[in-house]
Design a protein. Structure first.
Lengths: 315, 441
C-alpha cells in the first residue's frame, strides 16, 4: 500500500515535470515542424542559471529570472540559428538542434565545470510535508507538483481562451494563411520558441535540486522527453500530457517493484535457472530494465501506430 | 551519328581511365603513408581507416538515402562485440586467420540491419530517426544488462595475435594492424563506391530526393530504403570488426549514443553530398580527437562549435568547400582568388587565435590553484593575472572581425569574377540540390 501511494505521487511529480518539457516541445514541433533535439538542454540551462542566481540572491528570484533568461536564449537560437537552417530543409534542422544539444552541454561544462553542482531548493520547503505509513513526503515535491499543475492550467487557458492562443493554434495548422491574414508569423515562431524553452527552463529550475544539476542532465532527460512526445503523438498536447503521466508512472513503479521474468515464469511452472539460454534477460530485475522501458514502448508504438496515441500527423 | 557514339565512347574510356588512376593513387597513398609516420602516427592512421569505413557506411544512409539515423553505432558496436567472441573462439583453436575477422562483424551487422530495417525503414524522416534513437538506447542499455554477450561494464576483450597466422603475420605490431586496416578500408570503400553506382544505389538517391515519384515509377521506396539500410549496417559492422582488432576490447562505448553522434558529426562535417566527404570528416575529427585533444581539454567544445558552424554556414561540408572551386579551376582563374583569400583568411585566423586564446585562458583560470597564474599557450608563457594577454586577445578578435567585414565585398566580387557568374547560373553541388528539394517540400 505504502509503495503504491508513494509511487503514484512520485510518478505524478515526474510525469508532470516531463509534461513541462513535452508541452513546449510539442507546440514548437507542431508549429515549425522541427523536433527540437536541444529542448532538454534548455532544461539544463534553467537549472544552471537558477543555481548561479540562487547563490547570489536566493531561490525565489531565481525561479522567475532563470526561465526568462532561458527563454531569451531560446528566442535568439530560433532567430539566428533555426530560422537560418530552416531553408535547408527538415533533416539539416534536426541535425542543427542535435549539434546545439552537444554544444550547449560543452558550454555548460566550460562555464560551470564537469562535476555536479550543490544546487538546493529553498530552506522553507526542505522539510517533509506529511507522513504516511511511516515514510515522509517532501514538501518540495508537492511544490513541484503545484507549479507544474499551475503552468498546465495557464497553458490551457492561454491556448484556448485568449486571442494570442487562437493565433498560435491557427499558426500551428496553417502558417501560410495566418501570414496572409497579416500576422507576423516569424515573430510568432520566435515567441513560441522562447516561451517553449522558458517552460523547459522552469522545469530545470524546479527539478535541478531533486534530480541533480550536472552536465549530462539535459541529454539524459532529453531522449525521455522525445519518447513522450512521440508516444503521445507528434503535435498533440493532450497526447503529450497522457504520455508524460504514463512514462512517469511506468518509471516510478518499475523502480519500486522488484521482480524478474524468471519469477513470472515460475508462477506458470516454468523453472529458469542460471544455466538456461539468455539467462541474463530472464534474471534482469525490473529496476534494472526500468530506464529501457520507455524506449521499448517508443519502438513498439512507432511500429504499430506511428501516429502515436493521440496523434494525427506524422511529420 | 557514328561520330557521336565514337566521341561518347572516347569520353567514357577517358572517364574510366581517370577513375582507375584515382583508385590506384588511393591505394598507393595508403601503402606509402606509414613510411612517413611514427608509431603514434600509425595508430592515428589506423583509427582514420576505421572511422572512414564507418562514416562512409553512415553516409550510405544520410547522404545517399536521405535517412537520418541517431543510432548507427548499434551495428558498428554489435559487429565489434561479435568479432570479439569469434576472436576468443580463434584463441581456442578455430582455424581462421584474424585478418578475416571484419567479415564476421559485417555479417552480424547485416543480420541486425535486416531485422531492424524490416520495420524501421517503413518510413523515412522523423519516424525513422526516432526509431533509430530508441533502438540505440535499448541496445546501449542491454549492453550493461546482458552480461554473457556484452560483458557488462568491462566489455569483452581478446587477443588478436592468437590463432593461425596469415602468411607469417600475426598482427603483433602496429604496422601490421595498419596494413590490415588499410586493406579493409580500400576494399570497403571500393565496394561502397560500386554500390552507389548500382541501380539500388541510384534508386536510393531517387528516394531521397523524391519518394513519391519513385513510387509512381514503380519502385517501392520502402524496399529501396531497406536495401540501403542493410548494406549500410553490413559496412558499419565491418568497421566494428576492424575496431575490435585494433583495440582488442569492445565496451558499451562502442554502441552508445555518443558513438552514434560522433559518426553523424564526421559525415556531416566532411560533407554528406559527396562520396569522399565522410572520409574527409573522419580524418578531420580523428585528428581533432587525437592530436588536438592532447593539446587542449576544450577540444569537445571546439568540435561542437565546428559542427554547429558547419550546419549553419557550410551545409555542403568541408568537401563541398573544396569542390566549390572546381568551376574556378576549370575557368583557369583559381589563381585570382589567392589574394582575396589571403585578405580574408588572415583576419579570420586572427579572430580564431583571439577567441581560442580567450577561451583557453578562461579555462586555465577556472582550473588553476591559488597563485598559479602562468600558462603556456601558442608556445609562449602568458601571465593570466595581468590584463595584457586578455586585452591582446580581445583586440585581436575584434580587429579580425572588423577586417573580415571590410574584406567581404572584395572576396565576393573576386569569387564572382573567378566563377564567371555572368555566363551561367552557378553549378549545383549535390548537397545544394538535396537541400533545395527539401526546402521546396
Amino acid at each position: 500500500m505504502e509503495t503504491v501511494v508513494f509511487s503514484l505521487l512520485n510518478g505524478l511529480v515526474y510525469g508532470l515535470l516531463l509534461f513541462l518539457l513535452a508541452s513546449g516541445l510539442t507546440v514548437i514541433f507542431s508549429m515549425m515542424g522541427v523536433l527540437n533535439f536541444a529542448h532538454a538542454s534548455f532544461y539544463m540551462l534553467g537549472a544552471y542559471f537558477a543555481y548561479s542566481i540562487s547563490l547570489k540572491i536566493g531561490y525565489w528570484p531565481a525561479l522567475f529570472i532563470a526561465p526568462v533568461i532561458v527563454g531569451i536564449v531560446g528566442a535568439v537560437v530560433e532567430r539566428y540559428g533555426l530560422r537560418h537552417v530552416h531553408k535547408f530543409g527538415h533533416v539539416p534542422e534536426l541535425i542543427f538542434t542535435f549539434g546545439l544539444a552537444f554544444l550547449l552541454e560543452e558550454i555548460v561544462q566550460f562555464v560551470w565545470g564537469r562535476d555536479q553542482k550543490p544546487y538546493r531548493g529553498p530552506e522553507e520547503l526542505s522539510g517533509p510535508l506529511f507522513e504516511l505509513f511511516g515514510s515522509s513526503f517532501p514538501a518540495y515535491k508537492m511544490f513541484m507538483l503545484l507549479i507544474s499543475v499551475a503552468i498546465f492550467i495557464a497553458l490551457l487557458v492561454v491556448l484556448n481562451r485568449t486571442r494570442i492562443g487562437l493565433i498560435i493554434q491557427a499558426a500551428i495548422n496553417q502558417p501560410q494563411v495566418v501570414a496572409m491574414l497579416g500576422h507576423n508569423v516569424p515573430l510568432i515562431f520566435m515567441m513560441t520558441f522562447g516561451v517553449g524553452t522558458a517552460l523547459a527552463g522552469v522545469a530545470g529550475v524546479i527539478a535541478g535540486p531533486v534530480l541533480g544539476t550536472y552536465p549530462a542532465m539535459g541529454i539524459e532527460l532529453g531522449s525521455i522527453v522525445f519518447v513522450v512526445v512521440v508516444l503521445g503523438g507528434l503535435g498533440s498536447l493532450i497526447g503529450a500530457f497522457a504520455a508524460s503521466l504514463i512514462i512517469g508512472f511506468v518509471q516510478t513503479f518499475a523502480i519500486a517493484v522488484n521482480g524478474t521474468l524468471a519469477d513470472v515464469f515460475a508462477k506458470f511452472g516454468i523453472i529458469v535457472t542460471r544455466d538456461t539460454v539468455l539467462h541474463d534477460i530472464w534474471f534482469a530485475t525490473l529496476p534494472q530494465v526500468a530506464p529501457l522501458l520507455p524506449y521499448l514502448m517508443l519502438i513498439l508504438v512507432l511500429i504499430f501506430r506511428p501516429l502515436g496515441l493521440f496523434g494525427t500527423r506524422e511529420t | 551519328m557514328s561520330k557521336l557514339t565514337e566521341l561518347r565512347r572516347a569520353q567514357q574510356a577517358d572517364r574510366r581511365r581517370r577513375q582507375l588512376m584515382l583508385w590506384v593513387a588511393f591505394a598507393v597513398t595508403l601503402v606509402l603513408l606509414p613510411f612517413a609516420a611514427t608509431n603514434f602516427g600509425l595508430t592515428i592512421l589506423t583509427q582514420i581507416c576505421i572511422a572512414s569505413v564507418f562514416a562512409l557506411a553512415y553516409n550510405m544512409l544520410l547522404g545517399q538515402g536521405g535517412m537520418l539515423s541517431f543510432g548507427h553505432a548499434v551495428y558498428f558496436g554489435l559487429g565489434g562485440y561479435l568479432v570479439m567472441h569469434v576472436m576468443k573462439f580463434v584463441g581456442d583453436g578455430l582455424p581462421v586467420p584474424m585478418v578475416f575477422m571484419p567479415v564476421f562483424g559485417g555479417i552480424f551487422g547485416l543480420i541486425m540491419g535486416i531485422i531492424v530495417g524490416s520495420f524501421s525503414t517503413r518510413r523515412s524522416g522523423t519516424v525513422f530517426a526516432m526509431i533509430s534513437l530508441g533502438i540505440a538506447e535499448l541496445v546501449a542499455g542491454c549492453a550493461l544488462i546482458i552480461v554473457s554477450f556484452f560483458g557488462g561494464e568491462e566489455g569483452v576483450s581478446a587477443d588478436r595475435t592468437k590463432g593461425i597466422s596469415f602468411f607469417g603475420y600475426h598482427l603483433a605490431q602496429q604496422i601490421e594492424v595498419y596494413f590490415f586496416a588499410a586493406f579493409w578500408f580500400f576494399v570497403a570503400t571500393f565496394m561502397m563506391y560500386r554500390f552507389s553506382r548500382t541501380p539500388a544505389g541510384r534508386m536510393a538517391n531517387a528516394v531521397r530526393d523524391n519518394p513519391e515519384r519513385v513510387e509512381f515509377v514503380g519502385y517501392s521506396q520502402r524496399r529501396v530504403r531497406f536495401v540501403s539500410f542493410a548494406a549500410s549496417a553490413f559496412f558499419a559492422g565491418l568497421a566494428g570488426g576492424m575496431f575490435a582488432i585494433q583495440y582488442e576490447i569492445v565496451t558499451e562505448a562502442a554502441v552508445n549514443a555518443v558513438a552514434s553522434g560522433q559518426v553523424l558529426l564526421q559525415a556531416y562535417i566532411g560533407g554528406i553530398g559527396f562520396f569522399v566527404g565522410p572520409i574527409v570528416g573522419a580524418i578531420a575529427l580523428t585528428l581533432l580527437s587525437t592530436v588536438v585533444s592532447g593539446a587542449t581539454e576544450l577540444w569537445l567544445l571546439y568540435a561542437g562549435l565546428i559542427f554547429v558552424g558547419t550546419v549553419l554556414f557550410v551545409p555542403q561540408g568541408l568537401t563541398g568547400l573544396i569542390m566549390m572551386h572546381a568551376r574556378a579551376w576549370r575557368n583557369g582563374r583559381l589563381g585570382s582568388l589567392i589574394v582575396p583569400y589571403l585578405l580574408s583568411g588572415i583576419p579570420l585566423i586572427a579572430t580564431l587565435i583571439g577567441i581560442i586564446g580567450l577561451l583557453e585562458m578562461t579555462a586555465f583560470v577556472e582550473k588553476a590553484g591559488v597563485g598559479d597564474t602562468v600558462m603556456r599557450l601558442y608556445y609562449t608563457e602568458l601571465d593570466t593575472s595581468s590584463w595584457a594577454p586578455w586585452l591582446g586577445f580581445a583586440a585581436l578578435t575584434i580587429a579580425g572581425l572588423l577586417m573580415l567585414r571590410f574584406a567581404r565585398p572584395g572576396l565576393k566580387a573576386a569569387w564572382e569574377r573567378a566563377n564567371g557568374t555572368v555566363s551561367a547560373p552557378s553549378e549545383a553541388t549535390p548537397t545544394s540540390s538535396i537541400v533545395r528539394e527539401q526546402a521546396a517540400e
